[in-house]
Ligand binder design. Sequence first.
Ligand code: ADP
Ligand code: F6P
Ligand code: MG
Length: 357
Amino acid sequence: MDQAKKIGILTSGGDSPGMNAAVVSVARCVMRKGLKLMGIKRGYNGLLGLSENPGDDIEYLDPETVLDIMDMRGTYLRTARCPAFLNPDVRKKAADDLREQGIEALVVIGGDGSYHGALELCRLGIPCIGIPGTIDNDLSYTEATLGYDTAVNVCVEAVRSIRATSRSHDRPAVVQVMGRNCGDIAMRTAIATGAEMVIVPEMEWDLQEVADRLSFLIKKGNTRATLIISEHCWHKMKPFDWRKVIADNNYIIHDDDPLTAERLALTLKLLSHTEARATVIGYTQRGAIPSAYDSAFAFEAGRMAVDLLSGDTSSFEHGFAIGVHDGRVYSTPFADALDENKPKYFDEELYHLINSL
Ligand code: ADP
Ligand code: F6P
Ligand code: MG
């Protein structure tokens, strides 16, 4: 940048472990260059009222504050989903207000939705850098997103404990993990724990087949198998009347009750005659302390963000997203990071291997 005095930073979308570490890294690198870092609160929501009440939504990140942030879980800056930012007039006003506040560039830590918002701001003349802060690992341009490694570690730890109790009681387990439409957390958790089955949103699946596999495993002597399911796998289930299985066994079920981990475990219990139990891991995946990998990735990403913003930003109309390629941190234009013609890689062979070992 032609010597920007102030850089803004915000976190957007679901919180993810490592967001704070990335803010700290950007803050340290910004200070080293003699610039100022302004934290913007609650994602793009913090840009909506900048001209009216800047003090409410914007905070100078001084060295003292930055030291505190490093040890915090969640995101110090808070995060939000901001539907109003889909409106071009709202974005135009936000860009004008940022300029009025002397904020000449922005670091956006978030997922693909947040990147779309950042790209629009670039087009309005605010140079933006994206750091992929989401546990989902659902961005095709990067081998890792910030928080994914931590989320997997949380799930692995949980599944190891669940498998111990499963073994003690000879009970199979259904464990639901997050990931939105991406099965990476589920797949990685499954291979790291030796889980016998995995269901992901990328692949069609058949409940009867899962029950048959469970019955087969039990017959072979494995009375404590683990099924890892990704939260949004339901829409990929082949038609199967699981409600009838539940109703025929005198459990209460209504026509509009959705399939859940709990109901899947009950259906498997009834079909495979085994005491299957369900656990939903939930927000422990998002509120965890970042792993060493995520903390180091955050450091490198923050450093690259500041390097890019302190260089020549005259060609920034497409912005840049930071990612990992061949194990190294790199940057690529938002348009490339969001390119729908580059679908996220899914390892189908690995999926079939997990479900057949
Ligand atoms: P994530 O960034 O984790 O993918 P969301 O999809 O919820 O999370 O997006 C976060 C925010 O990014 C949205 O609430 C909205 O403010 C902004 N956003 C999403 N899509 C767009 C878009 N197409 N144009 C502008 N802003 C967007
Ligand atoms: O994007 C992160 C994520 O945790 C997804 O895995 C999940 O689908 C979604 O956010 C849940 O969002 P919320 O916490 O707003 O329900
Ligand atoms: Mg997203």
